[in-house]
Design a protein around this ligand. Structure first.
Ligand code: MN
Length: 228
């Protein structure tokens, strides 16, 4: 039993892997220089966006009811959910009705992320340093390198409103777009070019999309790209 197995206990307990096509975890080995970012648009009982950041062998996960926004004025509620396995990073498909989270899942964005040290408060002795420590302290500044989500963001815990409630906020920078409605303007899968209805109906991937061209895996960080 690894540390990641321990963190995935809740994830596995909620699911029957004989019935859902979701991964049970353990296929992808974690790596330091490849911190995965993925966002899944999930048409469950209520439509939401699952925002996931690789950290220490699992995907830390938040359900964002309204989805991420590139407008710094939009403070989007992000409810922390159970850690997911790394191989969830390219999952797209239908979770059967009656199963946990039943409904269509679209891979809405993928890429990688890094800590935004330039936005962090001045480091202090014994203060948070690693991403895990910043999360434990209730505030993590990140730079996203997704296809849709880019630039600097903050995840901040809403103190006193239940420890699972966070806000996902875009910082003002070259990637911010005040007034822009990203989830409406860019609704489709970055993997297959499909929307949630098409995934639900089993429509084949759009010709020219990444998966139709034979590339199913999420992109990797530039460091890994350079290595070939
Ligand atoms: Mn979900």
């Amino acid at each position: 039993m690894t540390a990641a197995d321990d963190k995935l206990k809740e994830y596995r307990e909620k699911r029957d892997f004989a019935r859902t096509a979701e991964p049970s975890g353990g296929v992808i080995e974690p790596s330091e220089d490849h911190r995965l970012l993925c966002v899944q648009k999930h048409a469950a009982t209520a439509l939401h966006y699952d925002f996931r950041l690789e950290l220490d062998g699992v995907l830390k996960s938040w359900a964002v009811p309204k989805g991420p926004s590139l407008d710094p004025a939009d403070k989007r509620l992000a409810v922390m959910t159970e850690d997911h396995p790394l191989d969830y990073g390219d999952f797209e498909g239908v979770i059967p009705a009656g199963e946990y989270g039943g409904g269509a899942v679209v891979l809405w964005d993928t890429g990688w992320w890094e800590q935004d040290h330039t936005r962090e408060k001045k480091p202090r002795e014994g203060g948070p340093s690693t991403p895990a420590e910043h999360l434990a302290a209730g505030e993590l500044k990140i730079i996203l390198h997704g296809e849709k989500l880019k630039g600097s963001w903050t995840l901040v815990q809403m103190k006193g409103r239940g420890e699972r409630n966070w806000l996902l906020i875009k910082h003002r920078d070259e990637a911010s777009r005040p007034g822009y409605d990203l989830v409406t303007e860019a609704p489709l899968s970055v993997l297959s070019g499909r929307g949630v209805e098409e995934v639900l109906e089993g429509t084949p991937p759009v010709p020219g999309s990444r998966i139709a061209e034979g590339g199913g895996s999420p992109p990797v960080s530039p460091a890994a790209d350079d290595a070939g």
